[in-house]
Design a protein around this ligand. Structure first.
Ligand SMILES: C[S@@+](CC[C@H](N)C(=O)[O-])C[C@H]1O[C@@H](n2cnc3c(N)ncnc32)[C@H](O)[C@@H]1O
Length: 215
C-alpha cells in the first residue's frame, strides 16, 4: 500500500470537524496570549485552531498540503467576517519544506507532526521551523506517543450530526508496523443525509510511530 499522509483528508475533508477533539484549544489560546503573534500554524487543516487564534486578535499564517481542507478553512473564515479573514493567510504546501521568507515569535503544529512519515521528513520539518522562528521564539509540537498501541485496533466514532442534519459515523482501524515505525489507518464512513439517502466510502492514511524514548 502506498504511504500517503493526506489521502484521507482529500476524501473526507467535509467530515473532519465532526470528529475533531477540541480539548487542545484552550492550551493554544493561552500560549498565544503569553507569547503573542504573528503565529505560524503548520498543517492547519480546516482552521480548527487557526480560526480561534484569529478570533483572539492574532495575525496567523497557515500551511497545509490538502486544498480540500484549506477550502473549508477559507469558507469558515469568510463566515466570521472581514476583520477576522484579514488576519489570516493560508498557503498550500508541505510542512517538511516551506519558505515564507519571514519569521514568527510562535510556531505551532497541532496534532500533525506525525504526518512527517520518516525521520528525514521530521528533521526537514524541524529545519524549516528553525528558519522561520524568531530568535527566542517558541515552537509548540504537541506529541502523543504511539508505542503502546496494539498492533491491530478498531473503534467506532459517531454518529455525529452536521449543521444540515446529515449523520456521519466512521469505523477506524489501525495497524502498526513497528519495524517501519508507521501506523496505517483506514476510516470507513457511513453517511445518512436528511432526505434518507445513504452513502459509504473508505479512506486511508499513515502516520509515523514515534516511540516514548524519542520524546
Ligand atoms: C489531523 S489533521 C490536523 C489539522 C489541524 N492541525 C487540527 O488540529 O485540526 C492533519 C492535517 O495535516 C495535513 N498534512 C498531512 N501531511 C502534510 C504535509 N506533509 N504537509 C502539509 N500538511 C500536511 C493534512 O492535510 C491535514 O489537514
Amino acid at each position: 500500500m502506498k504511504l500517503d499522509s493526506t489521502r484521507s483528508y482529500k476524501d473526507a475533508a467535509q467530515y473532519y470537524d465532526a470528529f475533531a477533539n477540541n480539548s487542545d484549544l484552550g492550551f493554544f489560546q493561552t500560549m498565544a496570549k503569553r507569547i503573542g503573534g504573528p503565529i505560524l500554524e503548520l498543517a492547519c487543516g480546516t482552521g480548527r485552531v487557526l480560526l480561534k487564534l484569529a478570533e483572539q486578535g492574532y495575525e496567523i499564517v497557515g500551511i497545509d498540503a490538502t486544498s480540500e481542507m484549506l477550502d473549508i478553512a477559507n469558507r469558515k473564515a469568510r463566515e466570521l467576517g472581514d476583520e477576522i479573514t484579514n488576519r489570516i493567510t493560508l498557503h498550500q504546501g508541505d510542512i517538511a519544506n516551506f519558505d515564507l521568507k519571514r519569521k514568527f515569535p510562535l510556531i505551532i503544529i497541532p496534532s500533525s507532526f506525525k504526518f512527517n512519515l520518516t525521520t528525514e521528513k521530521q528533521l526537514e520539518c524541524l529545519e524549516s521551523v528553525k528558519r522561520h522562528l524568531d530568535d527566542g521564539g517558541i515552537f509548540i509540537l504537541d506529541h502523543y506517543p504511539s508505542a503502546l498501541k496494539p498492533v491491530h485496533d478498531e473503534w467506532k466514532q459517531g454518529p455525529s450530526k452536521l449543521s444540515d442534519g446529515t449523520k456521519v459515523s466512521r469505523t477506524l482501524t489501525s495497524h502498526c508496523d513497528y519495524s517501519e515505525q508507521i501506523q496505517r489507518f483506514t476510516a470507513a464512513y457511513e453517511i445518512e443525509f436528511l432526505n434518507g439517502v445513504k452513502d459509504a466510502f473508505v479512506t486511508s492514511n499513515a502516520q509515523s510511530l514515534i516511540f516514548e524514548r524519542e520524546r
